[in-house]
Each structure stands twice: as C-alpha cells, then as structure tokens.
Design a protein around this ligand. Structure first.
Ligand code: FE2
Ligand code: FE2
Length: 135
C-alpha cells in the first residue's frame, strides 16, 4: 500500500506546482516501497538521490515564483526548504556510510514533513500568486 496518496486538500491551485507535488508523492512512495521489500542500500541510495534532486528543483521552482512576485513570506518559506534539504542530506549520508539505515521512521518523517509543508506553507502562497496571475 502506498505510504501517501494525493488528496485535493494538497492543491495549491497552480498547475505546475500541483503536478510537482504529485510527482514528489509518487517518489516518496517509490522509496517507501523499495525500503519495504528490503532493497539494498545501493538501490535505496539511487532512489533517494532522485528524490533529493527532484526536491531541489521543486523548491527552486517555488522560490523563483515567490521571489518574482515579491511574496512577503519568502524568507521564512525558504528557511523551511533549506532545513529539510539539510535533514535529507543527513539521511543520505547516514545511509551511505552505513551508520543508519532507511527506516519506517524516516519515511514517516518525510511524509509528515511534505504533508505539513504543503498544507501549511505552500497553500499560503497559492491565493497570493493566483492574485498575480499565476495559475
Ligand atoms: Fe512544495
Ligand atoms: Fe514549499
């Protein structure tokens, strides 16, 4: 069973962003499935790396849009992104050097972070950017 499913409550009403969030959910599910079936750290490392890369380009998309339209809460939002990137790089490092394997707890952390961030921070810029003509 998928760890996370798309819900309309995640919609920020900007097509490009909603599509990227759907893709992120899909990638978290792929990582979760790989962990559940006991894939080795090399495969998990590869899946995690694509998730990290995609997350990086997703955050860059959001930050560019927010900055372009002078979103007032830009700095705070970017800080949340930076914090997650640091945490995920830590998870990657621990997986690579064998000090901490990928666990259900880590998957729950990723899932909860994403849901909370989308429903909290991301949903806040939706109406603002819509008002600037971004849909
Ligand atoms: Fe987002
Ligand atoms: Fe965000």
């Amino acid at each position: 069973m998928a760890l996370l499913s798309w819900s309309d409550s995640y919609r920020v009403n900007i097509k490009q962003i909603d599509d990227q969030h759907k893709k992120l959910i899909e990638m978290i599910n792929t990582l979760h499935d790989a962990m559940k079936v006991g894939k080795g750290s090399q495969v998990l490392g590869e899946v995690l790396k694509s998730l990290i890369d995609y997350t990086g380009s997703h955050f860059a998309t959001e930050e560019k849009l927010m900055k372009l339209h002078n979103y007032p809460d830009y700095e705070h939002h970017k800080k949340e992104h930076n914090l997650l990137v640091m945490q995920v790089l830590d998870i990657q490092k621990n997986l690579q050097n064998g000090s901490a394997p990928l666990t259900q707890n880590i998957m729950s952390f990723l899932k909860e972070w994403l849901v909370k961030h989308i429903q909290g921070e991301d949903k806040k810029y939706g109406p603002y950017l819509n008002g600037k003509g971004v849909v």
